[in-house]
Design a protein around this ligand. Structure first.
Ligand code: FES
Length: 147
């Protein structure tokens, strides 16, 4: 069901854990499965110099956040905001269909961390236009209504 690259990142995740004095933290709860992800960032001159993740999510969430944290390191905030869960899945060489939502945790937690940083520092970032930090709740309501 999982390719070798997904298994490798699941067995040996990169950047798992927390950091001291992060410059930004973002957490996101999946409206689909209820799992949580937290991303912490160190930022210098609007460049992400370090990233760590912590998740209660499944193996696909672990693998997705492992590649996500690798991919955002060294990127500017603007460049990191352009990455989506699709980029993380591509980097992993694919995820099974029912596990796509797990990679959304990584994307949203990264976006929320950057949003946190931008709000604290009065930064206007193009990639955050229209970003709603409370979107998970809206999604959730949406889902409940559908059920
Ligand atoms: Fe919840 Fe994968 S099932 S993160």
């Amino acid at each position: 069901m999982y390719n070798d690259k997904v298994m490798e990142h699941f067995m040996n995740p990169h950047n798992a854990g927390t950091m001291e004095d992060p410059d930004a933290v973002g957490s996101y709860g999946s409206p689909v499965c209820g799992d949580m992800m937290e991303i912490s960032l160190k930022i210098e001159d609007n460049v992400i110099v370090d990233a760590k993740f912590k998740t209660f999510g499944c193996g696909s969430a672990i693998a997705s956040s492992s590649v996500a944290t690798e991919m955002i390191k060294g990127k500017t905030l603007d460049a990191a905001l352009e990455l989506t869960n699709k980029n993380f899945i591509d980097e992993l060489g694919g995820l099974p269909g029912p596990k796509i939502h797990c990679s959304v945790l990584a994307e949203q937690a990264v976006k929320k961390a950057i949003y946190d940083y931008a709000s604290k520092n009065g930064l206007e970032l193009e990639g955050l236009k229209g970003f709603d930090p409370n979107a998970e709740e809206d999604d959730h309501h949406h889902q409940v209504e559908e059920e």
